[in-house]
Design a protein around this ligand. Structure first.
Ligand code: AMP
Length: 539
């Protein structure tokens, strides 16, 4: 067989030729829509590769982005790896110390930043390496005036860039990208993605029994391009010719609902908290979202109530996906197939409440504390382990603990799960979020899922509080659907008591109705901060 390397220029060539006319739409900062095509993006990528070379970027160098989802970020998604360099997407919501830590750890040479995000970067500036060059992306082409020392303007740079006569020859094993985990314990850890992994992941996302990205879809990645490659959707879309709709910095429920309606989006993806916002917006102001064929919910436990509400109120089926920075990230998702059920069948909801089978190409198993494999009976819980061509082999850099990678080639995810006889995974909890009461485990996810079915509850989070006699007890935080009519603690406990034994229930003094639950930079419930607040050492 031909040894054609699996490198990102293969995806770029396909987008440039076969899908040259397919549209890429971005919401600009001023709210207007910018329309371009894969053909035009590819032509600008060629010039950008030349511009990167002129800036002194060489194969293997790390080049950072600090940006929302838009066409310029898409150009960088291709130009940086196709120039042989490594695309390092920096999470724009990180604290300044974390931004400085990862830019320094990655030894980035150039950083591309959105004009609107310059203030966030300026806060971290004193701690950033002196030699770092800045390029500012500005719709008006005035990035050089944005206030960053020595900054270049993106559009000016691109206008001056000439395509290279001999673009670098890429090896499929060389690094294409670098992302850091959210670092909920200790410093963030870097994961280096090879071209081969990124390309195979894009193929994986296109398979009909996984996410099913295809040219029939209009894809809206709400999941940020600064977080694990927006779940690989930009690459999978370019590979398959899906139309891309990029929301920029406009991430309110109303703005997203408008975009779905206006652009006839068929496929949207993001964390559950975002889809809760969009749902609330649609309840306030009805819009036509009938174009939506599916929403991919992932990155955090997807509440059963949310899956049910989308399905029953708006007729939109949820594909529930699981993944991690270390798995590029898509690892598993709700599976269709011979057992596919009608949306009215209660088993349909059951199926969608689990993130399903591993995506073809990946394998999963659960293990006990001794590392021994546990049965796939849908009941026994153990630590989820995965392996496959887009799962990390180690963390990037020296001095980083590597104990999550086992000698026999598996990655220990830190998630606790069951696997049923059909191979479908159900995540019980993150290991560190489990609550240990007198030696027995309580699942925070299960309590949250149930309390979210209470009609007065909009959002919920359960975390552990240390307890003298019981090791730990669950503490429940809820946001009321109607702030004027908050649910009573006793009522919530009675609701939970219908499904959970007494010892798993929160006490009345451990139920808090709050205005908001803190979220991480990518919109997940920030349980670390909640725990800190409970201990009295949080902000
Ligand atoms: P990150 O690397 O920041 O994307 O976070 C990965 C973690 O998010 C996983 O280890 C899980 O704990 C959590 N996660 C992702 N998807 C799901 C899901 N479908 N259900 C439950 N937890 C999830």
């Amino acid at each position: 067989m031909m040894e054609v390397p699996l490198t990102l220029d293969v995806i770029l060539r396909r987008a440039r030729t076969v899908f040259a006319d397919r549209e890429v739409t971005s919401r600009r900062d001023d709210g207007a829509l910018h329309r371009t095509s894969y053909g035009a993006v590819a032509a600008r990528v060629d010039r950008l590769i030349g511009a990167l070379h002129a800036l002194g970027v060489r194969p293997g160098d790390r080049v950072a982005t600090f940006a929302w989802n838009h066409h310029r970020h898409l150009e960088l998604y291709f130009a940086i790896p196709c120039a042989g360099a490594v695309l390092h997407t920096v999470n724009v919501k990180l604290a300044r110390e974390q931004i400085a830590y990862i830019v320094d750890h990655a030894a980035d040479r150039v950083l591309f930043v959105d004009r609107a995000l310059v203030p966030a970067l300026l806060a971290a500036l004193p701690d950033l390496p002196q030699e770092l060059r800045f390029v500012v992306m500005d719709d008006e082409g005035r990035g050089a005036e944005a206030g960053l020392p020595g900054a270049l303007d993106y559009e000016t740079l691109l206008a001056q860039g000439a395509p290279l006569t001999a673009p670098p020859v890429l090896d499929e094993r060389q690094a294409a990208g670098l992302c850091y985990t959210s670092g909920t314990t200790g410093d963030p850890k870097g994961v280096l993605y090879s071209h081969r992994a990124v390309v195979l992941h894009a193929f994986g996302c296109g398979m009909i029994d996984s996410l099913g990205v295809s040219q029939r879809e209009v894809v809206l990645p709400v999941v940020p391009m600064f977080h694990v490659y927006a779940w690989g959707l930009p690459y999978a879309s370019a590979l398959t010719g899906a139309r891309l709709v990029l929301p920029g910095s406009h991430l309110t429920g109303d703005a997203l609902a408008n975009l779905i309606e206006g652009e006839r989006v068929t496929f949207a993806a993001g964390v559950p908290t975002i889809w809760n916002l969009v749902l609330q917006s649609l309840r306030r102001q009805r819009r036509d979202v009938a174009s939506l064929r599916r929403i991919v919910l992932g990155g955090a436990p997807a509440p059963r109530a949310l899956i049910e509400q989308w399905q029953h109120e708006f007729g939109v089926p949820i594909t529930h996906a699981w993944g991690m920075t270390e798995t590029s990230p898509v690892g598993s998702c709700t599976h269709a197939g011979s057992t596919w059920l009608s949306p009215d069948d209660p088993r349909d909801l059951e199926l969608r409440s689990k993130p399903g089978r591993p995506v073809p190409g990946l394998e999963a198993r659960i293990v006990g504390d001794d590392g021994g494999e546990l049965p796939w009976d849908g009941v026994t819980t153990g630590e989820l382990c995965v392996r496959g061509p887009w799962v990390a082999r180690r963390y990037y850099g020296d001095g980083v603990p590597q104990d999550a990678f086992t000698d026999d080639g598996w990655f220990r995810t830190g998630d606790i799960a069951t696997i049923d006889p059909s191979g479908a995974i159900a995540i019980t909890d993150r290991k560190k979020d489990l609550i240990k009461s007198r030696g027995e485990w309580i699942s925070s996810n299960a309590l949250e899922n149930e309390v979210l079915l209470h009609p007065a509850v909009l959002e919920a989070a359960v975390v552990a509080r240390a307890h003298d006699l019981r090791d730990e007890v669950p503490v429940l935080f809820v946001v009321a659907r109607d702030p004027a009519a908050p649910p009573a603690a006793a009522d919530l406990i009675a609701h939970l008591a219908a499904r959970f034994p007494r010892w798993q229930l929160p006490r009345r003094e451990d139920v808090h109705v709050v205005e908001a639950i803190p979220k991480t930079g990518v919109g997940k419930l920030d349980k670390k901060l909640l725990r800190q607040r409970l201990r009295g050492d949080g902000a």
